[in-house]
Design a protein around this ligand. Structure first.
Ligand code: RIB
Ligand code: CA
Length: 317
């Protein structure tokens, strides 16, 4: 739902990360073109790499994209577990590849949870949280400020998978890094849109798409096509035909839901288990007497998805 002015107030919480950065590009391009997204805050979490690196990356990405919202650093590690990072996928910096501009702004003096709470408390209209990393900040916000749930429209999250994992056979990385946080979010009662691997592994940008973006030749497209090339390197070795745009699905589902298919399921997060910790277990046959807690994205029109990312990059012309 958008507010009275047709805008969708957003908090972007992530661990940039090449695909987090492209998700944030989509949100900012939407603000500049169709006026749907209204980015109120950017918050960072340890995940792909350590918090200091994801926060430095967030400052640089927001500088590159011209995102004017305040930026606050969040949780350096999960609620109970040690931090697990993924430099093999995103590089040691978490955003390896092209050189990026140095930050043109300072971090907020607030913590991520303090900034999230302030934005939600002060907003006339319900706020949507876009979560594209481990959900430690969002879980902490929900535990510390349960009274603010009524002013959260939804949480659109990239995480989990109903059929398989990508870090273990059962678990997707964002959930596996902090299953306790994910469990709190899935039990919270806040409406959820879940962009799991079921759809994100189909949301592939292919080399032809990289070239199309490269040929746009604006300051942002010059960076994005190189991010895609870098991100594809890891995935090509695994047999992917393109770069899976995991995190952009969580934003695209808000601005172009028509290109996706959804199923409402009751989803639980496994926090124990020897083999299945971090699994997102959906009651697909509805054998439990539980109302669905998540709109799970199951499929997409890939060509339309790629076109909208291309249009987002062109918006910086
Ligand atoms: O499993 C994919 C997720 O892990 C994405 O959010 C990516 O950025 C990494 O954080
Ligand atoms: Ca991410």
């Amino acid at each position: 739902m958008t507010d009275k002015k047709g805008k969708l107030p957003l908090i972007l919480d992530g661990d940039p990360g090449h695909d987090d950065a492209i998700a944030w590009l989509l949100a900012e391009a939407s603000r500049r073109t169709d006026g749907i997204c209204d980015i109120r805050a950017v918050t960072t979490v340890g995940g792909n790499v350590s918090l200091d690196k994801t926060t430095y990356n967030a400052l640089r990405v927001c500088t590159l994209l011209g995102i004017e919202a305040p930026i606050a650093a969040g949780a350096p590690h999960p609620l109970t577990a040690d931090l697990m990072v993924a430099p093999s996928v995103h590089g040691e910096s978490g955003l390896d590849g092209p050189a990026l501009p140095e930050p043109d702004r300072d971090l907020s003096d607030l913590t991520a949870v303090e900034l999230m709470a302030k934005v939600i408390r002060d907003s006339e209209d319900k706020v949507t949280i876009v979560s594209t990393g481990p959900m430690t900040n969002t879980a902490t916000l929900l535990l510390a400020h349960p009274e603010l749930k009524s002013n959260i429209e939804q949480i659109s999250l990239m995480g989990g998978g109903l059929g398989f994992g990508n870090w273990t056979p059962a678990a997707e990385f964002n959930i596996l890094v902090d299953p306790e946080a994910a469990d709190i979010v899935f039990r919270s009662g806040v409406p959820l849109i879940m962009a799991g691997l079921d759809v994100t592994e189909r949301a592939l940008l292919e080399p032809d798409d990289f070239e199309r973006i490269r040929d746009v030749k604006n300051p942002v497209s010059d960076i994005v096509w190189q991010w895609l090339e870098f991100f594809y390197k890891f995935h090509k070795k695994l047999g992917y035909e393109g770069a899976p745009m995991h995190d952009p699905c969580a934003v695209m589902a808000l601005i172009h839901p028509e290109i996706f298919t959804f199923e409402d399921y009751y989803v639980q997060v496994e926090t124990g288990g020897e083999y299945c910790r971090g699994a997102t277990v959906a009651d697909r046959r509805r054998v439990m007497d539980k109302a669905p807690n998540a709109k799970c994205i199951m499929n997409l029109n890939r060509d339309a998805f790629a076109d909208y990312i291309f249009e987002g990059v062109r918006a910086y012309g």
